[in-house]
Design a protein around this ligand. Sequence first.
Ligand SMILES: *Cc1c(COP(=O)(O)O)cnc(C)c1O
Length: 409
Amino acid sequence: MITRDECLAFDRDDALASLRGEFILDDSLIYLDGNSLGPVSKAVQTRVSETIDREWAQSLVRGWGEGWMEAPTRLGDRLAPLIGAQQGEVLVADSLTILLAKLIGGALDQRRDRHVVLTDAANFHSDIYIAEAMAKRAGRPVRVRAIDRARLDDELNEDVALVMLTHVDFRSGEMLDLQGITTKVHDVGALMLWDFAHSTGAVPLDVTGANVDFAAGCGYKYLNGGPGSPAFMYVRSSWQGILENPLCGWLGHARPFDFEPTYEPAKGMQAFVTSSPSIVAMAALEGALEIWDRVTIDQVRTKSLAMTDLFMTLVAQRQPGAFEVVTPLEHSIRGSQVALRHKEAYGIIQALIERKLIGDFRHPDICRFGFTPLYLRFVDVFDAVEHLVKVMDTNAYRDSRFAVRKSVT
Ligand SMILES: *Cc1c(COP(=O)(O)O)cnc(C)c1O
């Protein structure tokens, strides 16, 4: 049996322990939902108030000439090492679904003789919706096939233009084989787009080594950029100048201030900027990224696996109820969350939230717990499992108040 004292000892030995102090967290709360919305850090507060008080208040419109215009590429370069990209291959803009639209639309134009987009039936619904929307507008019949990803090999053929997969499954936490799948997709001449929503800032990524064509991810999950934070996109350098932005706008023009009536794309990632970047939101993300100057993704990964291992071990020891562990035990295919399946999952999560343990419910029957090494302690993992035991032992999850679901889960 692992004891609470042992967990406190793990925290004393944890090289990342001091980083928790950089975040603004309610100490009475156990926050296992940083995979949905990361907390705010002091660096974010500082960077945002500087941007408002100095840049916006004092520079006014001159701010565009004093660094605002470069924010999408500057932040992209700052984020690039986290996904194994080179400088000049990443852009920060818009939100994830919009960036997926740009990449899907652009990719479909590069494979005009092909008619299929393959994705995972278990993918996040927004990814599937936007793929269908772009397929309809491809200028030829294109079908989106949302398949069981275990059957990918059978579905890959010369009619597939693009494969779009989410690297870490948002429900189960299973992590897919970045390099192996990308290679298979290229073997049939198709293009590969990865969604890193649940990967960036959580697991090491090497888009260069895996020869990925395109990728995108969120700023507000493990990157802690704030609610509705701008997202990022990656376009391998060999595609730049070839891949076109299907949602082009003035700030992606080669000379936006010439006000020319005809569009001519800017060089590099700037071509994927459509319109004015949201500078205050960009400042929040820029502040949030500062922590990565002091910590490596390998350190984060080591602690993340130790935390998810600890959670699974404690659940196995304490046996809180009839839970099925959906997340893989094998490290090489596990992201940074643990999903437990239970038919009363919704009520269980609500009862946990009342006890100040925040996780989330994912339809239809998943209790999802995110483990974020920058600010979580091993003792939080221990206490979380004790809360789970209490909720199950007392039947708190059966309360009639949880019979009706809230609109946001
Ligand atoms: C969180 C998430 C999104 C959210 O997209 P937004 O456009 O930023 O709201 C999309 N896809 C996946 C896989 C996600 O996990």
